[in-house]
Unconditional design. Structure first.
Length: 166
């Protein structure tokens, strides 16, 4: 974290018995300026209002989507330069997944945050990515800009569910 990296692990891994607020504050454990930490927490509550509403509740009481928001907020409390997201859409309802990816795009655009994203939903990932790498059993099959991958006929057929060229 001190090197500017924060990770949101697969399956979120929030601290269930702890409150939402305590989970968020844990993300700032390497920071010592209390006012800045409080200001950052308030900014994240503004980004994810449901967390503000539920901040005193145990993290385990949150839905999967809310836990994903909490895991992202916790990671952002470290003020990373690079955010590592491992399957942020896993197990989430389509609308919640769409909201998570919208927030990721917003973080990149507004904060200049570098995001390394691992995601099986290729369409969602490429919508927010500059570059993409298609992996199969640990090998890179295809790589390129998002536009190149979205235009690649083989990628569209295998990963985006489009049989015909459009």
């Amino acid at each position: 974290m001190r090197l500017g990296l924060s990770q949101v692990p697969e399956r979120r891994l929030v601290f269930g018995p702890l409150s939402v607020e305590d989970n968020i504050l844990l993300g700032a454990y390497t920071r010592f300026r209390r006012r800045e930490v409080e200001a950052d927490a308030q900014a994240l509550y503004a980004m994810f209002p449901v967390l503000q509403d539920r901040r005193k509740q145990p993290a385990a009481a949150l839905s999967g989507g809310e836990q994903q928001m909490l895991a992202i907020a916790r990671a952002l409390m470290a003020r990373p330069r690079c955010l590592l997201l491992d399957e942020p859409g896993m197990g989430l309802a389509p609308q919640v997944c769409k909201e998570i990816f919208r927030r990721v795009a917003e973080l990149r655009r507004e904060r200049g945050l570098t995001v390394l994203l691992v995601e099986q939903n290729a369409k969602s990932a490429l919508a927010v990515a500059d570059r993409g790498y298609v992996l199969e059993t640990g090998r890179v099959l295809v790589s390129g800009t998002s536009e190149e991958l979205l235009a690649n006929r083989d990628v569209r057929r295998a990963y985006l569910g489009r049989e015909r060229d459009t």
